[in-house]
Design a protein around this ligand. Structure first.
Ligand code: SIN
Length: 433
């Protein structure tokens, strides 16, 4: 079947939904989600969203982001991120998002490598609340049509321009013609044996970029989160134990109950120290201990983690949590400019699939939802400016279902091969390695 939209958005996390919501209401948007709408990484985010506390904090926020990123960040993008953080959090609140408060002000929390407390949060379920806020709005908007359980297998290309996408939906191939396309397909954690990501996050946008010679950057910038719950033998995604526990005073200890690292150093430093400690003590994990803090505080500040661990038989108010580093985030991706435009005409990318350069070689904690908001809105505003001057290409295209499925399989092979090269001696972290 042939479908038509002004803008096609692939991916239903914070970046995809916020992009769709910022497209002018007079344009038709088709938003597609690979599985169920809430099956996205946004839903899982625990820590919160970084934000400059006020105008005077912008320079320090930029500095912290650059330091964590080892100076490999794109400074112009980092400045945009910090400068537009306040405005984007305001927009999110206008849409109904509620953050925890301390009196009149936000209850700012802290995570590794932030010099000050500047993370706004909703208990430890910020991502779920952001998802629900945006999803409610998407459902209300008459110009946005959402297709769930719909997989992108390729983009449509005509004379170097993107003209839409080819998708599989209910075992049928559909061609979606659009003036502009936004890839917001998320991360790559589903390619790893151990990751905090949803298993469906298999780098679909990256595969499509590789095939279509769209410029990619920093494929080796892959972040391991220091503290995921260690569960022996489980093949599911790993349960994240938010860095904000450390921000609020939890300690990392080895199996001999000894602290061995400053818990608030950048993520990569803490993850490396944990691996070293595991090796030195011949253990598969270390422990994150918050049991010295008040029960009431732990349960109200970290209800998601408290209940998630309780379900697995662990009371974190009483016992230390076994943790180990696992894949968490991809800082590289489809190279984009400050308006999230890729190297292909009429094609944008935002969220984790894109590489704006804000994170450098190591993302500062809680900068991912913020990047999703700031740069997806920029993409939408840029498209709004151009859309009336852009025509629909309406490319003739026909693909049988078997052919489309075989392309889908090849996509997976492309990304696995690409990341095996990028990971070097860590390539055995990948599935089927
Ligand atoms: C966390 O809560 O530790 C994760 C937040 C992030 O990935 O920035």
């Amino acid at each position: 079947m042939d479908l038509y939209s002004d803008v096609l958005v692939i991916g239903n996390g914070v970046a995809g939904m916020f992009a769709a919501l910022n497209i002018d209401k007079k344009y038709k948007v088709i938003l597609i989600s690979k599985t169920k709408a809430d099956d996205c990484n946004t839903y899982l985010a625990q820590g919160g969203i970084s934000k400059a506390k006020n105008k005077d904090d912008i320079d320090l926020f930029v500095e912290d982001t650059m330091k964590a990123g080892k100076g490999k960040n794109k400074i112009e993008a980092v400045r945009v991120l910090a400068e537009e953080s306040i405005k984007n959090i305001d927009i999110l609140m206008e849409l109904g998002m509620e953050f925890d408060k301390d009196g009149e002000d936000f209850d700012y929390t802290r995570e590794g490598a932030h010099t000050i407390n500047r993370i706004v949060h909703s208990a430890d379920v910020t991502g779920k609340r952001v998802f629900e806020t945006l999803f409610k709005e998407v459902e209300k908007r008459e110009n946005i049509i959402l297709y769930e359980n719909t997989t992108l297998v390729d983009i449509l290309k005509y004379e170097g321009m993107c003209a839409g996408g080819v998708v599989i939906k209910e075992n049928q191939v559909h061609t979606i013609h659009s003036k502009f396309t936004i890839l917001a397909t998320g991360g790559i954690g589903g390619l790893f044996n151990n990751s905090t990501n949803r298993r469906c996050m298999t780098g679909d946008g990256i595969a499509i970029a590789i095939k279509n010679n769209i410029k990619l950057s920093n494929l080796n910038y892959i972040q391991f989160h220091p503290t995921a719950l260690y569960e022996r033998g489980s093949e599911d995604r790993k349960f994240l134990i938010s860095e904000s526990l450390r921000g609020e005073g939890a300690h990392l200890v080895n199996k001999n109950k000894k602290r061995f690292v400053d818990e608030l150093l950048p993520r990569d430093v803490v993850a490396n120290r944990i691996w070293e400690e595991e090796k030195n003590t011949n253990s598969k994990c270390v422990y994150l201990d918050i049991s010295h803090m008040e029960n009431k505080f732990i349960k109200s500040r970290f209800p998601g983690i408290y209940n998630g661990c309780k379900k697995r038989g662990l009371d974190i108010t009483q016992k230390p949590i076994p943790v180990t580093p696992v894949q968490h985030y991809f800082m590289g991706g489809i190279d984009v400019d400050l308006n999230s435009k890729t190297s292909m005409e009429n094609l944008y990318a935002c969220g984790e699939v894109s590489c704006t350069g804000v994170h450098g070689a190591n993302r500062l904690a809680s900068n991912s939802l913020l990047e999703g908001l700031v740069f997806s809105r920029r993409a939408a505003l840029d498209i709004n400016k151009k859309i009336d001057k852009t025509s629909m290409i309406n490319l003739k295209h026909k693909l049988e279902i078997e052919e489309a499925k075989s392309i889908e399989e090849t996509n997976l092979k492309y990304v696995l091969d690409t990341f095996a090269k990028a990971l070097g001696d860590k390539k055995n972290e990948l599935i089927n390695s």
